[in-house]
Structure formats: structure tokens, C-alpha cells
Design a binder for this molecule. Structure first.
Ligand SMILES: C[S@@+](CC[C@H](N)C(=O)[O-])C[C@H]1O[C@@H](n2cnc3c(N)ncnc32)[C@H](O)[C@@H]1O
Ligand code: SF4
Ligand code: SF4
Length: 316
């Protein structure tokens, strides 16, 4: 038996965590108490790519990064104290800081996900939950968004990881695709291309920081048809390969998050997000800790990690 990539034995071992999570859910449902469930940390201030759609570069500043000792303090103060269940390591490109990854995994075994562009050989970390590998279309479109040879490098590194780390290594690879106006037609091909080398695939939609962003796939017939197609494809692929629940996908057809740049229904409280200096980002994981920063447009948001919670009935 496996639920979300977690085996029966692991689920039993993690019972104390589930009690915390359950009490948080119950506290929210019964008393409307808002306590964070998840964490995200930009563990690095560097990236080896400069992708066309990326929010991270928009607010990046030249800053030093934290040492492992400083991250330990952030872990204790932000994540341990709040009993978050899963933490996602982001950046920049987080695989360029294996020292910090190792610390997070030591503190939260089997509860750390790494979001990576996959262009650097993927290290096998004992007790990692899994890698989210970002794929933004078939080869040509992915490379247009992410840069020349990006797809080829990521493909090789994923295949090497799956081949060299035992017969269950494919379970560590989850694909994340951010759908935009350039790549939306490639969704079925992306699934076909990665199905044999990955455990799950998750979809989200490009979230703009400016009105009339040409990469945003507007609400309307084309977007609705694509969402319906993804829902239909869930039947074709077994073992819940497409991970988005239908309740979340339905939300992706329209505004579910907020008004202008202000979150309304979006449960921003559910994820503690820190930047590369350990400062809390606002209003969410793609925001910034600095007040004078560019802000995501909530009413056009397509982020997966918050919309999934709204789909489960949690709101702002
Ligand atoms: C900022 S990247 C950091 C991790 C790593 N460098 C990578 O590319 O996977 C995290 C994820 O955010 C996605 N992303 C970047 N800009 C986005 C935007 N404007 N809207 C939605 N997702 C975005 C990326 O495609 C990637 O999957
Ligand atoms: S690799 Fe990730 S962080 Fe770097 S530019 Fe691309 S999406 Fe942004
Ligand atoms: S995830 Fe961020 S951008 Fe999206 S609705 Fe929530 S606060 Fe706004």
C-alpha cells in the first residue's frame, strides 16, 4: 500500500506527525484556527538558468547566503516550532547547495522535496521524500523557455538517476509542469515522455506579475478545454499518476485566489515560506520578504500548492 509515495511502515512511523496535521485540520474546520501545514525555503540565491517565465529572478537581489548553522536556526524557529509536515526546497536552483539539503533531510527525514531544473546530475539523498523536476513542455518548447540544451541535460540526469540508483529510483522523480500560453498544447506529450521515468506528474499554471503577461493562459474556452482534457487523462494513466485532484483542476479554470494582487480565498497561512536569508515571504511562496517588491497577480494565479488546499476546502 502506498499513499502519496509513502509506504505503510512509514505511515505508521510518522503517526505523531499525522496527529499534529490532523489536529491542525480539525482546528481549522471546527475553530477556524490557522496553523501552517507546510514549509518552503529558498535555500540558495543562485540559479544556473534564466527561464523566461520565472518569478524568482523578478525580485532577486545580490545577497549573501546563509550557512548551514544559520539554516539550522531557521529550521528550528520557523518550521520545527510550527510542526510543519512537508518542506519544499526551492531557489534559485537548490541542488547547488547539497550541504543545506543534507541538513534539511537530517532534520525532516522523508519529509523534504527538492524542486529542481534537473540540469545538474541528481544526487541520491538517503531519506529524501522526492525530487520535483520542472518540465515546461516537449524538447523544443522547454528549451525555448529554459535555454538551449536544458531539456537534453535534464532528460539525461533523470534517466541516469533512475538507472543508477536501484529499481525503485523512479519513485523519487515527480514531474512538475507549469502550463503557459507557449506550452499548453504539449501536455499530453509531456505525460507520454516522462511516464516511464517518474512516479507522478503535477500541473500548475503560470502566475503573472504584470497584467497582459503573454505567458499567462487566459481563462476561457482554451484553458477550460485543457483542464477538462487533463481530468479525462487521469482515467488513462493508472496509480494516480496525474496527481492533481479534480477539485483543484476545476479551480484552475477561473479565479480562485484573490482580487488584484491581494489574496482573498487563497490560504496563504498554510505554507510558511522563507527566502534565502530565512525571512518570511509575503503574500506566498512566490512573493518576497521585501515590501517594495513585484507582486504576483492573485486573480490570475495558477499555483498548485495553494489551489490544492482550496480544492480541499481550506481558505484564506
Ligand atoms: C522558481 S523554480 C526553483 C526551482 C528550480 N530552479 C526549478 O526550476 O525547478 C520553482 C518552480 O516554480 C516554477 N515557476 C517559475 N516561475 C513561475 C511563475 N511565474 N508561475 C508559476 N510557476 C513558476 C518553475 O517552473 C519551477 O517549477
Ligand atoms: S531554473 Fe528555476 S529558479 Fe532558475 S530561472 Fe528557471 S525556474 Fe527560475
Ligand atoms: S498563491 Fe500567491 S499569487 Fe496565488 S493567490 Fe495565493 S497569494 Fe496570490
Amino acid at each position: 500500500m502506498e499513499i502519496m509515495g509513502r509506504g505503510f511502515k512509514q505511515i505508521i512511523q510518522e503517526m505523531p506527525c499525522y496527529i499534529h496535521i490532523f489536529s491542525k485540520f480539525a482546528g481549522y474546520r471546527l475553530l477556524h484556527k490557522k496553523s501552517p501545514l507546510y514549509g518552503s525555503a529558498d535555500i540558495i540565491n543562485v540559479c544556473n538558468l534564466h527561464c523566461e517565465h520565472c518569478y524568482w529572478w523578478l525580485n532577486r537581489k545580490e545577497n549573501e547566503e546563509l550557512t548551514v548553522e544559520q539554516w539550522k536556526k531557521v529550521i528550528d524557529e520557523k518550521f520545527k516550532k510550527n510542526h510543519v509536515f512537508i518542506i519544499t526546497l526551492v531557489g534559485g536552483e537548490p541542488t547547488l547547495r547539497p550541504d543545506v539539503i543534507e541538513l534539511f533531510i537530517k532534520e525532516f527525514p522523508k519529509r523534504i522535496c527538492i524542486v529542481s531544473n534537473g540540469t545538474i546530475p541528481l544526487k541520491k539523498f538517503e531519506n529524501l521524500y522526492f525530487y520535483w523536476i520542472s518540465i515546461d513542455g516537449t524538447k523544443e518548447i522547454h528549451n525555448k523557455i529554459r535555454g538551449d540544451q536544458a531539456w537534453e541535460r535534464t532528460r539525461k540526469n533523470v534517466l541516469d538517476y533512475v538507472t543508477n540508483n536501484g529499481e525503485k529510483a523512479w519513485k523519487d522523480i515527480w514531474i512538475t509542469m507549469t502550463i503557459n500560453s507557449q506550452n499548453y498544447k504539449t501536455v499530453p506529450d509531456v505525460i507520454e515522455e516522462w511516464y516511464d521515468y517518474s512516479n507522478k506528474i503535477g500541473f500548475q499554471f503560470h502566475t503573472p506579475f504584470m497584467k497582459n503577461d503573454p505567458l499567462w493562459l487566459p481563462f476561457g474556452p482554451e484553458r477550460t478545454a485543457l483542464v477538462d482534457k487533463i481530468i479525462a487523462m487521469k482515467e488513462k494513466y493508472d496509480d494516480d499518476y496525474i496527481i492533481n485532484p479534480n477539485s483543484q483542476l476545476e479551480l484552475m479554470k477561473k479565479n480562485w485566489g484573490g482580487k488584484g494582487t491581494v489574496p482573498v480565498d487563497c490560504p496563504t497561512w498554510a505554507i510558511i515560506s522563507v527566502d534565502h536569508l530565512g525571512r518570511e515571504k509575503q503574500p506566498c511562496c512566490i512573493g518576497s520578504a521585501e515590501s517594495k517588491s513585484m507582486k504576483p497577480i492573485c486573480e490570475e494565479c495558477g499555483l498548485g500548492c495553494y489551489s490544492v488546499l482550496v480544492g480541499y476546502g481550506m481558505k484564506g
